[in-house]
Design a protein around this ligand. Structure first.
Ligand SMILES: C[S@@+](CC[C@H](N)C(=O)[O-])C[C@H]1O[C@@H](n2cnc3c(N)ncnc32)[C@H](O)[C@@H]1O
Length: 231
């Protein structure tokens, strides 16, 4: 059964500079895009991308702007409307659960799970669904939050407590460890290609009021990973 959308995400304001609820997500989308372009260089206009849990399209729309064909899937229809309103001709929104995406299997060059796994009840099913969409040799990009005391302090106690992220966005128990993610990937036929740690850039975050990220070797807070489906 399709889960009900979370009202924290099923709302307007994704692209509105005055909307504080998405200020941090807007801030970190540039970091994600830079990482994606570095890990998967080349011509995006030839790629079919499926963005699972795309929200208002903060990652999907800039990719579509490069000419990539992007299918954005989300349960939050108001968020999807915000993405569609950006009028990128190669972006298509699909309302529904990422677990039962009505998209042909084994065709996508790239699948994204950007800041999504820590919000789903069965992350292993989400990873399996993502893998099923990939063509052989295609890539899954994931970023999510490790389940550590440090991530609880930074993402929940400080991040939500000081208002950088709306209160109630995260539940620590739902955070996913890198080992758990690797295991989910292995069981779905994916091999790890790259992984980096993500940590907040404290001064910039405090100065702008939006979480800004930097790369770090430590996986103790957040991390991004690239997996490849076996050919
Ligand atoms: C933190 S937001 C991330 C949005 C986007 N990926 C980004 O990086 O800006 C998480 C998104 O996942 C969506 N989501 C959560 N569970 C989902 C599910 N089971 N099926 C589809 N979308 C889901 C939410 O509605 C929300 O838009």
């Amino acid at each position: 059964m399709t889960p009900a959308p979370d009202e924290l995400f099923d709302r307007e304001g994704w692209w509105d500079p005055d909307c504080a609820a998405f200020r941090s997500l807007r801030g970190i989308s540039e970091f994600r895009l830079a990482l994606l372009r570095r890990w998967l260089p080349g011509d995006w206009s030839t790629r079919l991308v499926v963005d699972l849990g795309c929200g208002g399209g903060l990652v999907a729309i800039p990719l579509a702007a490069t000419g990539a064909r992007v299918i954005g899937v989300d349960v939050a229809t108001t968020a999807l409307r915000a993405a569609t309103a950006r009028n990128e001709p190669t972006f298509r929104a699909v309302a529904g659960d990422l677990d039962g995406v009505p998209v042909a299997p084994a065709l996508a060059d790239v699948v994204l799970l950007a800041d999504v796994l820590e919000h789903v009840a069965r992350p292993a099913d989400a990873v399996a669904a993502a893998a099923g969409l990939l063509r052989p040799g295609g890539y899954l990009f994931v970023n999510t939050i490790h389940r550590t005391r440090r991530s609880r302090l930074l993402a929940i106690t400080l991040g939500e407590g000081l208002g950088f992220i709306p209160a109630g966005t995260h539940r620590w128990e739902m955070f996913v460890t890198p080992a758990e993610l690797d295991d989910m990937g292995r069981r779905a036929g994916l091999e790890l290609v790259q992984r980096i740690g993500e940590a907040p850039r404290l001064w910039r975050t405090l100065r702008t009021g939006a979480i800004a990220l930097r790369e770090t070797p430590s996986l103790a807070v957040g991390y991004a990973a690239l997996y490849r489906r076996a050919s």
